[in-house]
Write a protein that binds this ligand. Structure first.
Ligand SMILES: C[C@@H]1N[C@@H](c2nc3ccccc3[nH]2)[C@H](O)[C@@H]1O
Length: 458
């Protein structure tokens, strides 16, 4: 056990109601929208390969000439005439998202809210109005919780440094730290209904060296907003360790490392709460006019969602509106397809978590109470879903299609060395589905609970 002043201040999951609500979301929407959405990964008719929200950082042959000056003047033309936060919120509601993470400020430093601490904000654009407020109000109105994305790294601020290598760096970075704290307290004060902050841009040495400052700032924010949810990406510990501290204890309230990546087994999760944030194309968060490479289908994304919930995590799908405030057609049709699936099957997602069951090839188990939800992606040729019930002596009581409650047969599938609690759930051969479907398997009360209950009665 290494003695730490600025490591994790809690071990194990948070048990408060606010965090339990977060745990039950299942599906979230990420929105990356900012000045980078104007060029959309290209300029002067040329498109570039990198992640479009990083376009300000491109240079040389990868960017138009004199690009930095051009980029830094783009805000003067930011006027998203098609932006309608209520339309976005409606679409997210229909998709089945329970929370949204919205970019208040990305690495380029442009603020989508009228911050008092810099001129580089929405207030100084033709649009003028407070976009963060419009998004918060619209999403809250339809019952979707809002989380504010905030990039600590801020290329627009004079005091930003990638590392602190001189007294000058140190003085500059002190002004940057003051600015960052001011903006975070400003966001929490201005948007009190925001449930949490999703931090990014915290990997550079300059910030990693601020263990004490970041720890105190986190404490200050949590005091200002009791229940605030902050992930493991915000701060590093006394020795620069991120996400988990030098004693292997997770920092923050949930593991925030699953970016465009998913855990593969419950062992990868280490008992943490976690979210996975995922792009629809390969690696574009901000709007890119020319998606290159593979674009995930609705069913790729639904499988990732079900896999996330089966491993007790949340799955967050990214949308990148264009410079005029339109959500592109590809994203709109994916949202619709996912929403249609969720309307039928969301009972297998909301409030569900990992089931202690052996992973099967046909798909995934999620669980809520004594109900197991079997989401089938790979229907076996013999129509038999193998199920091994891990809880000793616990038997299934009934099985049925979630969609229409029609019963399905449960076959005892004999015994083997490791487990004598094997069953086949038999899908009727005549049942045809071109989409993933869910079978509910209800279990008896667990023996341990039952025994405890009986003892308690005596
Ligand atoms: C949620 C995502 N995090 C940002 C990001 N910047 C990175 C730099 C290096 C490696 C991964 C990165 N992800 C992406 O721009 C997006 O905002």
């Amino acid at each position: 056990q290494i003695s730490l002043k600025h490591g994790s201040h809690r071990s194990g999951k948070r048990t408060d109601a606010t965090m339990q609500r977060w745990r039950e979301y299942g599906l979230g929407q990420f929105i990356h929208w900012g000045i980078y959405s104007i060029p959309g990964g290209g300029w002067d008719g040329k498109t570039y390969g990198g992640a479009a929200e990083w376009i300000r950082s491109w240079s040389g042959k990868d960017a138009p000439n004199d690009w930095r000056k051009t980029y830094d003047n783009l805000y003067k033309q930011f006027n998203p005439v098609d932006f309608n936060a209520n339309k976005w919120a409606e679409q997210a509601k229909n998709m089945g998202a329970k929370y949204v993470i919205f970019t208040t400020k990305h690495h380029d430093g442009f603020c989508m809210w009228p911050s008092k601490y810099t001129e580089y904000t929405i207030a100084n654009t033709p649009y003028k109005k407070d976009i963060v407020k419009e998004v918060v109000d619209a999403y809250n109105k339809v019952g979707i919780d809002v989380y504010l994305y905030f990039s600590v790294m801020d290329w627009s601020h004079q005091g930003w440094r990638y590392d602190i290598k001189s007294p000058e760096d140190s003085i500059a970075f002190e002004s940057f730290k003051k600015f960052t704290r001011n903006q975070l307290l400003e966001l929490l004060t201005s948007y009190p209904s925001a449930k949490g902050l999703w931090f990014d841009g915290t990997w550079d040495k300059s910030w990693v060296k601020q263990a004490e400052f970041a720890d105190e700032l986190e404490t200050e924010m949590r005091t200002l907003r009791p229940g605030l949810i902050i992930g493991s990406r915000f701060r590093a510990d006394d020795f620069g360790k991120r996400h988990v501290d030098s004693n292997g204890v997770m920092m923050g309230d949930y593991e925030q490392g699953w970016e465009r990546n998913l855990p593969n087994s419950i062992e990868d999760v280490h008992g943490h709460d976690w979210d996975c944030v995922m792009t629809i194309p390969d690696n574009q968060w901000g709007y890119n006019s020319h998606w290159k490479g593979y674009v995930k289908t609705p069913y790729n994304l639904i499988e990732m969602l079900v896999k996330s919930v089966s491993l007790s995590g949340n799955f967050v799908i990214n949308f990148g509106p264009d410079g005029k405030g339109n959500i592109r057609q590809e994203e709109t049709s994916i949202a619709k397809e996912i929403g249609d699936w969720m309307k039928t099957n969301n009972e297998a997602i909301y409030g569900c978590s990992h089931a202690d069951m052996k992973k099967q090839d046909w798909g995934y188990f999620t669980q809520k109470g004594r109900k197991l939800y079997l989401t089938v992606f790979n229907r076996p040729i013999n129509n038999c879903l193998n199920v091994e019930i891990s809880e000793k002596g616990v038997k299934p009581t009934k099985a049925y299609f979630l969609a229409n409650k029609l019963p399905v047969a449960i076959q005892d599938a004999g015994k083997n060395k490791q487990n004598n609690n094997l069953y086949n759930i038999v899908i009727p051969a005549k049942y045809i589905s071109d989409k993933p479907f869910v079978i509910v398997l209800e279990l008896e009360e667990s023996q341990t609970n039952e025994k405890a209950y009986q003892q308690a009665r005596t």
